[in-house]
Design a protein around this ligand. Sequence first.
Ligand code: MN
Length: 438
Amino acid sequence: MRLVIAAATDVGQVRSLNEDSFAVADHVVAVADGMGGHLGGEVASAEAVESFVQAATDHPNVDSLLLAVQTANSAVHLRASERHDLTGMGTTLCALAATGPDRCSVVNVGDSRVYLHTNGRLTQISEDHSFVEGLVREGRLTRAQAEVHPQRNVVTRALGIEPYVDVDGWDVVVMNGDRFLLCSDGLTNEVSEPKIADILSGSDSPEAAANELVRRANENGGRDNVTCVVVEVSDVEPADPSVAELSVAARLTRHSTAQTVTPTLTGLDPVVVTAPGSTAGRTAGSSAGDAAGASSASRRRPRRFSWRGALFAVAVAAVFAVAVGGVGWYSRYTYSVGVQGDEIVIFQGPKDGVLWIDPIVLRQNLTLDDVTDESIRESLRSGVDQADLAAAQDYVETLRDRITTTTTTTTTTTTTTTTTLPIVTIPPVVPVVPSPGF
Ligand code: MN
């Protein structure tokens, strides 16, 4: 099989920095769309594509690609923990590799997309891990509403946010003439899918197609960075003519490290990656505004568990622990709810830091002034330890619900059950560091 690959990227008409990155190696291509303040987005996306391409082996298969995404996730996560100004950075990542004589594999985290253009038809292979995609799956938004929804930039999965990330993958049986498109949302928010299909059909070469797609995104507003990588497949052996008869769905085999097949609203992770004051900015599961309001009821999800996920998690955790030592581990795997300035935040890591490592601060869009009970304010000032991130989030949600409850009781005569806020002080969890011999 032969792949002809062409890539084009542009900062767009509005932004001053291009936070998208792409990487092209022999049989592997990757696109990433970074997010985070200052240089965070740029650093995250560049780190992700570079470490992914490096980790993808000489003869990749879908499993090694899924693992390469975990490696890239660890690299971004570690990088974010090293420098204060990179705290909270994250990135999407989608990638494609040739994995057999008549097969390519696709992996994805986030809302950058992989499309297959075959027989003149365009089909999205990847599934978006986005807030609006969850609502579409639940039937609460139509596809058309999702395309113009103000929260359409909110992603529910991203690399770099947590030590482990769920990754989706697909094997795709290919045939001569297929074109794949990997792109950031700077394309799909500006150019409709029928137009994208027209451009892929009408371009003589992958290079012409990639350039035209970027040009068209800019012509339509260019409100975001835009990146397009076009991959053309030829010399497929064995060239099985019957593949042409199959639907795209029949040519796909899905692989995922996530146990649930489709991301839903309950998968929304309310971690705020700070992108202050910008609705156009990208946040990973922003808890701002409607997003959190609409979902707070359904958010308390049961923890998903899969052996495969657990194995990955342990492997990643082992690498992480060995790399930065027990101190690094301890500094990241303790959680507490506390106060920074006037704001109520979740600290990942002891709030005063451990040695040279500062805690990661997860903002919650909640201030100390919102809390009326002085004893709770006092506990928050000294910090309330939590067993894990989910517990910390539940605690914040309880605070938030309580505020809502208070408001409701003062404005209406409805009797509401006042929930007692559980102030449980859990001693810091002593980390069990897996032995390197695992
Ligand atoms: Mn983007």
